[in-house]
Design a protein around this ligand. Structure first.
Ligand code: RB5
Length: 152
């Protein structure tokens, strides 16, 4: 299941992604918002991030005006690696190298067509778990989060 959320600045991208997920028969849950009335992005970031962190969703997608505020909020939840993406290379590499679990995009930055392209790449790219340097680095991210990171 893919967890989705947005604020008013990202609702156009989220709706385009919902159409894509329906076409591909990919299960999703939409945590809102549902209109373009002004709302506070941390609310939706928190709902999606918790769902992903609790493993009730495999991955999440969050959209706001820039993708930035909603990614900062999502990254406050333990276990979340939320990445703002604005090109195809970033969509691929943040899965392969960072094992990002939430894709963030901005409705005032990225077109609906590109957002669907980036979501498709993100959802279909695996983490390079057989490459030790990437598992080591992602583990370091968890260690920073847990307060046990030691600079070598
Ligand atoms: C809302 O106007 C806007 O600040 C929000 O969507 C987002 O861009 C914040 O980072």
């Amino acid at each position: 299941m893919i967890a989705l959320g947005c604020d008013h600045g990202g609702i156009n991208l989220k709706n385009a992604i919902i159409e894509y997920l329906k076409e591909k028969n990919i299960e999703y849950k939409d945590f809102g918002c549902y209109t373009d009335d002004s709302v506070d992005y941390p609310i939706y970031a928190y709902k999606v991030a918790n769902t992903v962190a609790n493993k009730q969703a495999e991955l999440g997608i969050l959209c706001c005006g820039t993708g930035i505020g909603i990614s900062i909020a999502a990254n406050k939840v333990k276990g979340i690696r939320a990445a703002v993406v604005s090109n195809e290379f970033g969509a691929e590499m943040t899965r392969r190298h960072n094992n990002a679990n939430i894709l963030c995009m901005g409705g005032r930055v990225t077109s609906e067509e590109d957002a669907v392209k980036f979501a498709d790449i993100f959802l279909n790219t695996p983490f390079s778990e057989d490459e030790e340097r990437h598992t080591r680095r992602v583990q370091m991210l968890s260690d920073i989060e847990s307060g046990i990171f030691c600079e070598k």
